[in-house]
Write a protein that binds this ligand. Structure first.
Ligand code: HEM
Ligand code: NAG
Ligand code: NAG
Length: 327
């Protein structure tokens, strides 16, 4: 009797230890409840990519802006309510696009299994499939995240670095999620696709051109950003990687070593003694970049998720199930 109690206690203890060290997520969480979920998402991401290539870039940016802010809980996707401004309407989210197409993916999943698959998992899986569409690595990611009920603009700046933030502060913010220096350098490689609006660049061009910029890159930037105070409504931007703008590849690292990084953080990444050695290695080897990118995306995707009975499964990704009527 005594010994079986002992084993029961041991069992309970090991279960606690296990819950402590893992995120509570599992591979193929919807295996029983919605076996088609991952296929449907992959199919939708592919269809959308055919219509608009830049949807893939949005999915890649989404995983950063959702998961790095407290939790991968799809709080990024919520609309503002009458009382609170949401995360996607803050300055850090400037330029984010294609949210309505994420809603199309959600609708396709809902048609097959209503009320089962969270927006948080759809956000993460669409990022994974977007990475593949853009030519990046295939990454096995866990599921089982649940959706948060609130989105708060006030916390965003605490978690998401600004375009001109110091490398120390960037490393600290990612370090808090367990992402090391090689991981940070790899994640910034996402700036190998997509665009940056002139509002985030003009301070490097006017009143004087930042002498750190490669002079060969400046005429192009000035041509695209001809207005020292860009009209925020006008769509004026520079492509992040002029060489292979649509491909997630290691050309980003060659660009930043060549002083063609658009944002201050991109530039600093290539020059800070802590990050430069990894930048050089990733510039040389796409495999090395992909290996660390996959590892860091996995860590990012497992940052502090809501699981079990926490949170909810939202019906529409932009609205929490109950709050939108009374808030
Ligand atoms: C220090 C960290 C980072 C900073 C300060 C930063 C900042 C920015 C800024 C200012 C833009 C331009 C937005 C615009 O003008 O439209 C941008 C674009 C983008 N960022 Fe980041 N970012 C960071 C890290 C990341 C990470 C970790 C990822 C993903 C793994 C990511 C993915 C992207 C993508 C894909 C775009 C292009 C989006 C598009 O074309 O729609 N960024 N980022
Ligand atoms: C970074 O840029 C913003 C404008 O986007 C500016 O308000 C802020 O003062 C800058 N911060 C630093 C540290 O230069
Ligand atoms: C939220 O999403 C629903 C369903 O996709 C859509 O009808 C509605 O317009 C969205 N709400 C806002 C405020 O954009």
């Amino acid at each position: 009797m005594g010994s079986s109690l002992f084993f029961l206690a041991l069992f309970a203890l090991s279960a606690v230890a296990k819950a402590d060290t893992s995120s509570g997520l599992t591979m193929n969480f919807y295996k029983e409840s919605c076996p088609q979920a991952e296929d449907i998402i992959r199919e939708q991401v592919k269809l959308l990519y055919k219509r608009h290539k830049n949807t893939a870039f949005s999915w890649i940016r989404n995983i950063f802006h959702d998961c790095a802010v407290q939790s991968c809980d799809a709080s990024l996707l919520l609309d503002s309510t009458r009382k609170t401004l949401s995360e996607k309407e803050t300055d850090r989210s400037f330029g984010m696009r294609n949210f309505r197409y994420l809603e199309e993916i959600k609708d396709a999943v809902e048609r097959e299994c209503p009320g089962v698959v969270s927006c948080a998992d759809i956000l993460v899986l669409s990022a994974r499939d977007g990475i593949v569409a853009a030519g990046g690595p295939t990454i096995a990611l866990k599921t089982g995240r649940r959706d948060g009920r609130k989105s708060r603009a006030e916390v965003v700046e605490k978690f998401l670095p600004d375009h001109n933030e110091s490398i120390s502060s960037v490393l600290e913010k990612f370090g808090a999620m367990g992402i090391d220096i090689a991981g940070v350098v790899a994640l910034l490689g996402a700036h190998s696709v997509g665009r940056t609006h002139c509002v985030k660049l003009v301070h490097r061009l006017y009143p004087e051109v930042d002498p750190a910029l490669n002079p060969d890159h400046v005429p192009h930037m000035l041509k695209k950003c001809y207005d020292p105070i860009p009209d925020p409504k006008a769509v004026q931007y520079v492509r992040n990687d002029r060489g292979t703008p649509m491909k997630l590849d290691n050309n980003y690292y060659r660009n930043i070593l060549d002083n063609k990084g658009l944002l201050m953080v991109d530039h600093e990444l290539a020059h800070d003694p802590r990050t430069r050695p990894y930048v050089k290695k990733m510039a040389k080897s796409q495999d090395y970049f992909f290996e660390h990118f996959a590892r860091a995306i996995t860590l990012l995707s497992e940052n502090n998720p809501l699981t079990g009975e926490n949170g909810e499964i939202r019906r529409h990704c932009n609205l929490s199930n109950k709050n939108h009527y009374d808030e």
